[in-house]
Design a binder for this molecule. Structure first.
Ligand code: SF4
Ligand code: SF4
Length: 424
């Protein structure tokens, strides 16, 4: 989503170099390098736009180092639209920079698999077996022979893959219907966290929503969009938009922060497309994180049973910085009788997941995961809750690496357990 040159220039010039964004930037915190801070990257982007810096490896590496976590946007007093600028820069890089062959092949493999649930399931099944066996044998020694990116794939693979049973296309509301809500079932989410989708549909139905999960929706395009693969992102987005248009829903509930953030950007993504501009804006206006749907629908209808649990809430970057959704998930959790909500220190720092970041930049991703786990480990909790599939995978891997036995859930699973009176 490239801003037109004049807009881009004025957005780049909005930075007043105050440095307020530096302490929240995970790469600056890790390495203390100005050129790996938001201010440094903006300086480089401006130099590139003015033709003073070529799009070559040193420039591309600084841009690749950015997690796109958007913490700098929340911290910035000048309203610099960093998210649009880095996405635009990534699109330029993807269009004009020849990545080394190994890098190109690895990225091509990720984008040939991740957005497609069937392929992802095929590839993940053997990885999941490996992950389970890792508890019995010491794989560390032979894994060291493989490149860091392959080690990251094995490290991040979940031990279990969701049972894959598709959600029914229509789940009826309990009691009088309050809304007809579409549900994005996602690609990674559908394969690894199908139980989160089922919990989401149950909670929405219990609160009076008819839930429609169109079978033909596919990937929303978030992974591609955040990686600068704009053309691919648009193709996915068109298919998803058409599916939800046919479903005639009032709102589209999303339970993955990165997907919700991208779908709310559809209007801007298609702003210059006469055929899709209006449809994309209308679709984006309907998109809500599931916690927003529940907050907007009115007072809770379904009684919550007591759930004695200490819960650490990890804020997903694309929920808090990308969508400004901070209060609603906390309110949902705090409304469960017996739940004590805790906030880990350094909450503003990304956990290192960031779409495909922990796979393409495995060292930085693992370092941030370990740092986040140390912060969570300071708390004595039963559950860690977070509203993003990538964060869940990253935190589970970080806990495994640190030898910590913690339980990781999406907040909606705790709400679902409280409504059903079951333990998780
Ligand atoms: S998006 Fe995140 S990693 Fe990138 S510059 Fe901003 S704070 Fe740093
Ligand atoms: S906080 Fe905003 S204005 Fe200040 S250095 Fe960072 S991006 Fe620039």
């Amino acid at each position: 989503m490239r801003p037109v040159p004049s807009q881009r220039e004025s957005q780049l010039s909005a930075c007043v170099h105050c440095g307020f964004c530096l302490p929240v930037c995970p790469t600056y915190v890790l390495w203390g390098e100005e050129m790996d801070s938001p201010r440094g990257r903006l300086h480089l982007m401006k130099a590139e736009a003015e033709g003073r810096v070529p799009i070559k490896t040193p420039f591309v590496q600084r841009m690749d180092n950015c997690l796109g976590c958007l913490a700098c946007m929340t911290a910035c007093p000048s309203g610099v639209q960093y998210g649009r600028l880095i996405e635009g820069t990534r699109a330029v890089v993807e269009a004009s920079f020849d990545r080394p062959l190994r890098d190109r092949l690895f990225r091509a493999m990720l984008f040939a698999v991740l957005p497609y649930p069937f392929r992802l399931r095929l590839v993940s099944a053997p990885l999941a077996v490996l992950t389970r066996l890792r508890d019995w044998f010491d794989f560390g020694s032979w894994l060291d022979w493989f490149p860091a990116r392959v080690r990251a794939l094995v490290r991040l693979a979940p031990e279990r893959i969701g049972n894959g049973s598709a959600l029914p296309e229509r789940t009826l509301a309990r009691g009088t219907r309050r809304a007809r809500v579409g549900l994005l079932t996602g690609c990674v989410q559908r394969v690894f966290f199908s139980e989160v989708n089922r919990a989401t549909a149950r909670v929405l139905a219990a609160e009076g929503c008819e839930v429609v999960a169109p079978a033909e929706q596919g990937c929303c395009g978030a992974l591609s969009l955040h990686a600068g693969r704009e053309h691919e992102a648009k193709a996915f987005a068109r298919r998803a938009m058409a599916a939800f248009e046919r479903a005639s829903v009032d709102q589209i509930a999303v339970n993955v922060a990165g997907c919700g953030s991208a779908m709310k950007e559809y209007g801007r993504l298609f702003a210059n497309d006469p055929e899709w501009a209006g449809r994309a804006a209308a679709c984006a206006a309907r998109v809500r994180d599931v916690s927003e749907v529940l907050a907007e629908i009115g007072p809770a209808r379904a009684p919550r049973h007591r759930l004695e649990a200490r819960v650490a809430y990890h804020e997903a970057c694309h929920l808090v910085h990308g969508q400004g959704v901070r209060i609603q998930p906390r309110t949902l959790l705090e409304a469960i009788p017996g739940v004590t909500l805790m906030t880990p220190r350094e909450g503003e720092l990304c956990c290192g997941s960031a779409g495909i970041y922990n796979l393409v930049e495995p060292e930085a991703g693992a370092a941030l995961g370990a740092r986040k786990m140390a912060a969570i480990g300071d708390l004595d909790v039963d559950f860690v809750a977070t509203g993003n599939a990538g964060c869940l995978l990253q935190l589970v891997a970080a806990a495994r690496a640190a030898g910590r036995a913690l339980r990781f859930v999406h907040p909606i699973q705790l709400v679902d357990a409280a409504i059903r009176g079951r333990t998780l």
